[in-house]
Every structure is written in structure tokens, then in C-alpha cells.
Design a protein around this ligand. Sequence first.
Ligand code: ASP
Length: 318
Amino acid sequence: MAKKKIVILTTGGTIAGIGEAGKDTGYVSGQVSGESLVASVPELAEYADVRVEEICNINSDDMTDRIWIELANRVRELQEDESVDGIVITHGTDTMDETAYFLNLTVKCEKPVIITGSMRPSTAKNPDGPANLLGAVRVAAGFAVDDDPPENLVWVYFAGSLFDARNVQKCSASALDAMGVNAPGEGASLNAPREKNFFDVSKLDSLPRVNVVYFSVDASPKVLEYAACISDGLVIAGAGSGEFSKAWAEALAAIDIPVVIASRTNHGVVTLNETLAPGRICAGSLAPQKAAVLLRLCLTVSENPRVIRNYFANAQQG
Ligand code: ASP
């Protein structure tokens, strides 16, 4: 059987990080070039014909809307390129879940897109990057982790598991298997439903600005008010089912940009509390940072809360 042709797009992260030899921490992300990263895993050639393109080489906390759009445009071109069978993206783990969801919402995938990274830098004693990259390429080339090949969607492959882009989240600051799902029973499925929402970003070079505001006991409503002044839309990471103090509710009532109510618990489903947040948009089971990705894309189409609410309804599963 002819080997599948896989393009590896590199963006940086710990997988391309360099530090003191043998150490797991205290390194700098995004240092190793795409070429060197791929050359350090010669086993890739056993499973696929790989070629590499470096999109950027950054710590993923420095990811931007502009790079997202460039990445989406390149992934779309590769989807249309008949000489390519699949795409692997290397990425820092901190914001990998947001990039995965952004691509899921902006690229129609007829070929698999598998995102991976690592928790230890390339210079660690036992780096996890090579195994993760090899696993991601194997999945993209049709050697699935389970018996069934995954649907052609955007996935995160990490530490032996495959997670769908909508539900994946970085769940640990330090564990080697840091990527997981944000809602029990709603992920790690090889049959994840195809995303109902789609946004064409090919003609854009930036996205509206959305900030996530985190509620905690005695949090000043001024934080909310200020965030509203510098944003096109807001996501509130509320306590429990997206709740917050009366002081925040009062401040919110005076804010006239679209506001999505999510939960800082990152589990379960938010139900909108119409007393605290009348007429606002409910994140449902979307984690706050995923709600921010969706809201930014919604705002490229409309500022009307009714239209945005519909996109959020489409993003719920089951
Ligand atoms: N700060 C790093 C990044 O996201 C962490 C990692 O890659 O694991 O780029």
C-alpha cells in the first residue's frame, strides 16, 4: 500500500522547546525549527511521506487571530490539494484547545487534521513530543488508535488518546496526559458530530475582540465594566451554573455588547439565570475559552444576540 502523504504544519510550543539538557521545566517554547522537529523523529517515514511547513514558532500563549486565520487558510488549501492525504499541526498545549475549535469552525475537513504537542521540551531526559508526533502522524495516515478510523474532522492526539476539537481542553498544568475533555461523557469519541456552525474567515485578517472575565468572591464589578469598554463581546466565566454577585448583575445590566454566560467549573451545562443575566447568551456546555472562540466568529457575522444565540444553540451536542 502506498504511503499516505501528510503535511506537518509547525507553530511552536513546548514540543519545539529548548532548556537545560535533561530538565523538564525552565525551558523556552518555540525554539526548534519545523524541519529539525520532524527530522528528530525518523520513525515517521515508516508510516507516511511527510513534509513540513513552519507557520510560526511561538509559545502558544502568544497565539493571535492573525495566525489563526493564516493557519485556517493554509489548512483549507491543503484540504483542496489532491497530493495531500492528511494534516498534522504541532502546537503548544496551553491554547491548543482554542486553536482546534477555531479550525473546526472555519475549515470544512474532508481529510483529517490532527493537532499535537508535548508537555516536556525537546531537551528533556524523556521528551514526550516524539511519541505524540509519531502518534498524530499515524492517526492522520489512517493507523487509528482504535479499530475505527476517526472521522475527517479536527482532532487533538495526545499521550495515546484522541479528543474531538469541540470538547478537548487542557485539564492539567503538569501531567503528561494534560489534554482531556471538559464535560464527562462528551468527548473522546471517534464519532464526534460534525460541527453545525461554519464561518468563512478567508477574507478576514483579524477577528473581533472578546475577553473572558472570571468571577470570584468580591470580584470588583469595575473589572466587568472595564472589560466591556475594551471588547466587542464578553464571556463571563461565572461560578457554578454561570452565576455571579448582585453587584456584577447590576454592572452587567448597563453593558450593551453581546455577553455569553459560561461556567468556571468547566463541567456540566450552564442554564441561563434570567434574573442575573436577562437576555444574555448561554454557553451551555462550552468552556469559557471555547465560548470566546465561537463569540469572536459570531461577531464577524452579526452583533444581534438573537443570531448569536442561535449559533450557540447549534454548538450544543446531543
Ligand atoms: N507554554 C507552552 C505553550 O503552550 C506550553 C506547552 O506547549 O505545553 O506553548
